[in-house]
Write a protein that binds this ligand. Structure first.
Ligand code: FAD
Ligand code: NAP
Length: 552
């Protein structure tokens, strides 16, 4: 493999980037790696808001690539809080000596493919230019915080925060009147903690969310050991599940059982805690009537928890199926609305009108605050990639190519952008899964591909247009077999004005997707064009037969 400045540029030092660096370095590739932040951890470096916590069980939300690592690390809670996950990311960086390979406080601003050299020309905000054979975007799917363009936004004189860019030193809200705008996963986690601290808290909710109790608890040594004794087998099982989590799917239809049995099952899962509730029956996400039964159970829970019936009704989601916006997992969220210092303001029909120097105006009422917390989400899946000026063949920008929605083959590459890889990109299971499982699978797949190219004396890898078109169609068809497109979710791009409404992740399942990736490799990288540097279509090792044949 010819080497210019380096073989590979990795962008991002979250869990994706860290594992990439570890694997590629071990295989002898020369690497430059850049991270906007001042340290490792990605999501868990940026999202330090009070209450931030993982909603995948700790024993499952961790790397599986090193037996020593998974044996030596001890989690303290069933669902880990942000500081502990960040500590884990730091431990991994130190243990595998990764930090020295990462250039922090450095933003990659552009990546242009040079067709004469088949290299990527990458530029940072420090003005450095790097030439690399491969460029891997480990830039995260939920890494571009979004504050809506409220009129008068800059007029507010108090403090403002976004959950996804929280100050490292923390914030003391004692005695303060605060607003939280947004009631998604971040808001729902932050609100109970903020309410404990603030003098008064007002929540502005545009859409109520279904939320399930985490039933979080300290980790017991017995439970941790039961995983550690069996990690190899359990991790392998995880990799072929639908969502990358080992949790029991009850393989019955919600409609095939009696009302009593249904209620019993929902109650059992509610008490267990976490997202396992959505696996109570096998048709909750594909059958509206089945879904209604689960949604009504949750609404009833809210009605019995929240004392004020009017507030309870406002908190009870009704307009979309449960699970089709990212399910929220909470600790005492609904209970928080029973506090005297908490008020819910529903802005579903009547949006926040404007910010003022001392607060905001909504529903003809003037509110005064010392601080506003924006829990308003992210420009997910595409936003971070679009912030980088990515240009492929003929100067085609990624933004232009994805004008009507992301187009990828397997969520890992896009045609016209040779040798540019994405970790957990749109068109892969990604945000629908336990992301540690999806990250490891993508990193392994990409790394193995680079090794294959090197072994075969090949330099350029690119999906064919046909393979990509088929995959995009497949992703879309599978999504429309479910209830997911019925919700105005960020999975659909619906939270960003003007963003195309396309269901972005692949919902076929982590295990099914992994098999497709494996079969494509076994079939000589079906759907990819692999070429030597001076390759022409005549000497190219191409494989352009049906991309999704194996999937069907
Ligand atoms: P990230 O962690 O997002 O890291 C990407 C890194 O790339 C960032 O540090 C960013 O600064 C850097 N970067 C981006 N652009 C550039 C650039 N141009 N130049 C240089 N650096 C750049 N997933 C789950 O599976 N379970 C959960 O419970 C869960 N909880 C979450 C909670 C929150 C609050 C959020 C926001 C996400 C959560 N996720 C969860 C998803 C989470 O993002 C993934 O689990 C995982 O951490 C993603 O790792 P990553 O390395 O792919 O991306
Ligand atoms: P989010 O789910 O997109 O929620 C954003 C909230 O802000 C929504 O309630 C949204 O309302 C509201 N909002 C946006 N614009 C608004 C406006 N103009 N006026 C009023 N309200 C507005 O974002 P998030 O809560 O940060 O979560 C993003 C994702 O990160 C999650 O879905 C999840 O994948 C991940 N995450 C996971 C956890 C976890 O539990 N482990 C925690 C946090 C985040 P609408 O719904 O009406 O758009």
């Amino acid at each position: 493999m010819s080497e210019r400045n380096c073989d590979v540029v990795i962008v991002g030092a979250g869990f994706s980037g860290l594992y990439l660096l570890h694997r590629l370095r071990g295989l002898g590739f020369s690497i430059r790696m850049f991270e906007t932040g001042s340290d490792v951890g990605g999501t868990w470096y940026w999202n330090r808001y009070p209450g931030a916590r993982c909603d995948v069980e700790s024993m499952q939300y961790s790397y599986s690539f090193s037996e020593e690592l998974q044996q030596e690390w001890d989690w303290t809670e069933k669902f880990s809080a942000q500081p502990e996950i960040l500590k884990y990311a730091n431990h991994v960086a130190d243990r595998f000596d990764l930090r020295r390979g990462i250039e922090f406080d450095t933003n990659v601003v552009s990546a242009h493919f040079d067709e004469t050299t088949n290299h990527w020309a990458i530029e940072t905000d420090k003005g450095e230019k790097i030439s690399a054979r491969f460029c891997i975007m480990a830039t995260g799917c939920i890494s571009t915080a979004q504050i809506p363009d409220f009129p008068g936004l800059s007029d507010f004189k108090g403090a403002t925060y976004h959950t996804g860019a929280w100050p490292h030193e923390g914030v003391d809200f004692t005695g303060k009147r605060i607003a939280v705008i947004g009631a998604g996963s971040s808001g729902i986690q932050a609100i109970p903690v903020l309410a404990e601290e603030a003098a008064h808290l007002t929540v502005f909710q545009r859409t109520p969310n279904y939320s399930l109790p985490s039933q979080n608890a300290p980790m017991t040594p017995e439970y941790a050991q039961s995983w550690k004794d069996n990690y190899a087998a359990l991790r392998e099982e995880q990799r072929y599940t639908a969502k990358g989590n080992i949790r029991e799917l009850n393989n019955e239809s919600a409609l095939a059982v009696s009302e009593d049995r249904r209620a019993e099952m929902y109650e059992e899962r509610w008490q267990t805690g976490g997202a396992a509730f959505l696996s109570s029956f096998n048709d909750l996400l594909v059958n509206q009537r089945a879904n209604d039964s689960a949604a009504e159970f949750v609404r009833d829970k809210i009605r019995t928890t929240v004392k004020d019936p009017e507030t309870a009704e406002l908190l009870a989601a009704k307009d979309y199926p449960i699970g089709t916006k990212r399910i929220c997992i909470d600790s005492d969220y609904f209970e928080t609305y029973n506090r005297d210092n908490v008020r819910l303001v529903d802005v579903s029909d009547d949006p926040i009108e404007r910010m003022t120097p001392s607060g905001l105006v909504a529903k003809d009422e003037t509110f005064e605050f010392d601080a506003i917390v924006f829990a308003t989400g992210f420009d997910a899946m595409t936003g971070t990639l679009f912030k980088i000026d990515i240009q492929g063949r003929d100067g085609l920008t990624l933004r232009k190519k994805w004008d009507a929605g992301p187009r990828t083959y397997l969520g890992v590459m896009s045609e016209a952008f040779p040798n540019l890889f994405m970790i957990t990109g749109p068109g892969s299971p990604s945000v629908l899964s336990n992301m540690m499982v999806s990250i490891e699978q993508h990193v392994d797949w990409v790394t193995d591909s680079l090794v294959h190219l090197r072994a075969e004396g090949l330099d350029v890898m690119e999906p064919t247009r046909e393979a990509e078109d088929e995959w995009v169609e497949h992703v879309n068809v599978v999504a429309h077999k479910t209830l997911f497109p019925r919700a105005a979710s960020w999975y659909m791009g619906a939270n960003i004005p003007g963003k195309p409404r396309i269901f972005m992740p692949y919902i076929g399942g982590v295990g099914a997707y992994r098999r497709i990736c494996e079969e494509i490799v076994a079939d000589g990288y079906r759907g990819f064009r692999l070429q030597p540097d001076a390759g022409t279509s005549a000497d190219a090792a191409t494989s352009e037969n049906s991309a999704v044949a194996a999937a069907e």
